[in-house]
Design a protein around this ligand. Structure first.
Ligand code: MG
Length: 337
């Protein structure tokens, strides 16, 4: 097997604001792994709070030597080798995991969702994320979200209620709320959550700082709707520490090193009776179709990357009734434009 990679700057359709920052583009690293003339695609999209950059991903990928591996080796054995090269570097590792699954699927003529025993019939709707912005732009973005049956709204600004009221003037679809650790007072947060529940909110992601275990647990104990860990939940090993702190978790492939570990997280989380959502970073159709492969195993999906960028190198996933369609196509089913 041979690995190659290149940097790519994703252009965002709108400046993207969350509780802690705003950005207009997002760096990723696109990779391909080839064998027998077949190409598997993967990508690394780095979360700011996890400390990876294009440079760190490049440095990690330079250490990866796949020349001794071939299709006969299991993805698990290759990922064990990759994991042992260095700690952290989760997005870099995810890029390899995704490309290996795409390649394996193409070599065997099998769609990737079959590797994780996901049934496309159970696909949840995917939300489209509305970042923090001025109210005119919020209105414009909501009007542009036709076709989506749920919206994820970023809060943690100085005008959270005005944002929700503006959204509700435009649409009645269910709302998923992401505070991105932006709320600082548990009593105010709980009051807000009650208000949001009345406005048709299904769940809240990461209300307070991920290190503030007590206040997040207190909110979970009192909330009328599920509280979901995002920043607090990265790898399988984190699950144990989240018991009793949240009602559920947000799995993102870029945090957990890919499909292999994600499917283990799903099994363990179900055993702990946790709700599960699958989310994403700024990603092309490549990362998103990998997330979509496990989405039927989850309660909620927030896989909107391709709808928020303007230079996707692949065809956009197909959306029917607000659900990403998993095609009966080998690998991830990607088509390069
Ligand atoms: Mg989140």
């Amino acid at each position: 097997m041979k690995l190659s990679f290149k940097n790519l700057e994703l252009s965002l359709e709108y400046p993207f604001g969350i509780a802690s920052y705003t950005r207009t583009s997002h760096p990723i690293v696109s990779i391909s792994i080839t064998q027998n003339g077949m190409v598997g695609y993967g990508e690394a999209s780095m979360a700011k709070y996890l400390g990876e950059t294009q440079e760190s991903v490049g440095n990690f990928l330079k250490k990866v030597d796949l020349s001794n591996f071939c299709a006969q080796n299991s993805i698990e054995s290759i990922m064990t080798y990759v994991e042992e090269l260095a700690p952290n570097n989760t997005a870099a590792k995810t890029a390899i995991d995704i490309a290996l699954h795409d390649l394996r699927g193409k070599l065997l003529g099998v769609p990737c969702y079959q590797f994780v025993q996901a049934d496309p019939k159970n696909m949840p709707v995917t939300s489209l994320t509305i970042g923090i912005d001025n109210l005119d732009m919020i209105r414009k973005k909501v009007r542009g979200a036709a076709g989506f049956k749920a919206l994820k709204i970023k809060l943690g600004s100085h005008q959270d209620k005005e944002i929700i009221n503006t959204v509700r003037e435009e649409t009645e679809v269910p709302l998923y709320i992401d505070a991105n650790q932006g709320w600082t007072d548990k009593h105010e947060a709980l009051e807000m959550i009650h208000w949001l529940a009345e406005k048709g909110t299904e769940f809240i992601e990461q209300p307070m700082d991920r290190n503030n275990r007590d206040d997040n647990a207190w909110i979970t104990a009192h909330s009328p709707i599920p509280i979901i860990a995002d920043e607090a939940m990265q790898r399988l090993s984190d699950l144990e520490n989240l018991k009793g702190l949240y009602h559920g978790i947000n799995i993102k492939l870029m945090k957990c090193t890919g499909l292999l570990e994600a499917s283990k997280i799903i099994s363990s989380a179900r055993a702990l009776d946790l709700k599960i959502m699958v989310g994403c970073m700024s990603e092309t159709s490549c990362g998103i179709m990998a997330g979509a492969a496990i989405a039927p195993l989850c309660d909620w999906a927030d896989l909107d990357g391709p709808w928020l960028i303007t230079n996707n190198p692949f065809e956009k996933p197909m959306l029917v009734d607000g659900k990403i369609q998993l095609k009966n196509q080998a690998g991830l089913g990607l088509t390069l434009l």
